[in-house]
Ligand binder design. Structure first.
Ligand code: AMP
Length: 354
């Protein structure tokens, strides 16, 4: 257990780290953010910040010596960085969860061993394997990079065989996976917290709407889903967490189809679709994550209101964001980013409904 006054190290300087640092402060912890970027929304609210690269061994050793536990607010943390830190200080969740989540192929195979069903897929490493994958899976399909994809980046929808060579070249030609396009009726996520002692607490299923591959809106609870689908998906996420001896918040995204539930991907961290929990749940995903990694008991994930809606504020929309406060039930979160590039997550608003 990390005693009050202890220090939580956060790898990554984005908005997820910012909201983790705020939750940590409420529980009496200091935070130390480690990230290479010039602009760090998390550092604005942290006790300490180190600006260094994830391969700067000296800086990582000094960071490990200054903190009681390390957690990550983004998933593409280099494996060598996690390995170095794990030898010096508890890293929660641990490197294995990242190894699985960072590679779409390994992730799908891992989830299958636990009884989950990903979209039909095939590994693609050249034109011949892409041709074979198309023969087997059919079109339309989605070609994705195995690693480093996010917010719809690193993926191309493939509707015609004549576009295959271009799609392959656009994504680097190797280390790819082809997935059959899933005719989903809705997208949803399941967020689970797991403690050092193996206790788990899960939030209600969340319905998600994406625009251009980026999350636009989340609705909790996802009341239109079939109850059996929610139960099955929740049980799968708990099995994933147990299999990884996971500590912290784990989020998984799913597609609901007429034929059942398809596993899409996992995130070994707090998740955008869980931002509504700050006001909408008894214990927010950020507080739950801090409780878990600090060895404290988990809090109740129950909802505070019947319905919570979260909308992301992207790019230029941030300039008009204060107008959202005309609704007294709206809770605005802005991340303090200076450049409002198109599609960039600048903030979010949560609206609670009776
Ligand atoms: P991902 O980064 O894999 O979560 O993909 C981003 C978004 O693209 C998803 O949330 C879906 O809306 C869409 N998408 C990705 N893969 C598929 C698929 N196999 N079938 C249908 N839609 C997909």
């Amino acid at each position: 257990m990390i005693p009050p006054g202890g220090t939580i190290g956060i790898l990554g300087g984005g908005q997820l780290g910012r909201m983790l640092a705020i939750a940590a402060a409420q529980l009496g912890y200091r935070t130390h953010v480690f990230a290479p970027e010039a602009e760090q929304p998390a550092a604005d609210v942290a006790s300490r910040a180190t600006r260094a690269r994830y391969d700067d061994e000296g800086a990582l050793r000094a960071f490990a010596a200054a903190v009681d536990v390390v957690t990550c607010e983004f998933e593409n943390v280099p494996a060598a960085c996690l390995a170095l830190l794990e030898a010096l200080v508890p890293v929660r969740p641990g490197a294995r969860a990242f190894a699985v989540a960072q590679d779409r192929l390994i992730e799908k195979q891992f989830v299958e061993t636990l009884g989950g069903t990903p979209a039909p897929y095939a590994a693609v490493d050249d034109m011949a394997s892409l041709e074979r994958a198309i023969d087997r899976l059919g079109l339309p399909a989605v070609l994705k990079t195995r690693r480093f994809g996010y917010d719809g980046k690193g993926q191309v929808r493939l509707d015609a065989r004549s576009r295959a060579a271009t799609a392959l070249a656009d994504l680097g030609g190797a280390n790819l996976v082809l997935e059959r396009l899933v005719p989903f009726t809705s997208e949803f996520s399941i967020i689970v917290g797991r403690g050092v002692d193996g206790a788990e607490a899960h939030y209600p299923a969340i319905a998600n709407r994406h625009e251009d591959g980026i999350l636009a809106e989340s609705l909790a609870p996802a009341s239109r889903l079939q109850a059996a689908h929610v139960e099955g998906a929740t049980a799968l996420v708990i099995r994933i967490a147990n299999a990884l001896d996971y500590v912290g918040i784990l989020a998984c995204e799913f597609f609901e189809t007429d034929a059942g539930v398809i596993f899409n991907e996992m995130a070994p961290r707090v998740h955008n679709s869980g931002h509504w929990t700050i006001e909408g749940a008894e214990t927010s995903q950020f507080e739950q994550h801090i409780r878990a990694i600090a060895g404290l008991p988990l809090g109740s994930p129950a909802m505070q209101t019947p319905v919570a809606i979260m909308r992301n504020i992207l790019g230029d929309a941030v300039s008009g964001a204060h107008a959202l406060l005309a609704d007294p039930h709206a809770h605005l979160h802005l991340y303090g980013k200076r450049e409002a590039a198109a599609g960039r997550k600048m903030g979010h608003v949560t609206i609670l409904r009776a």
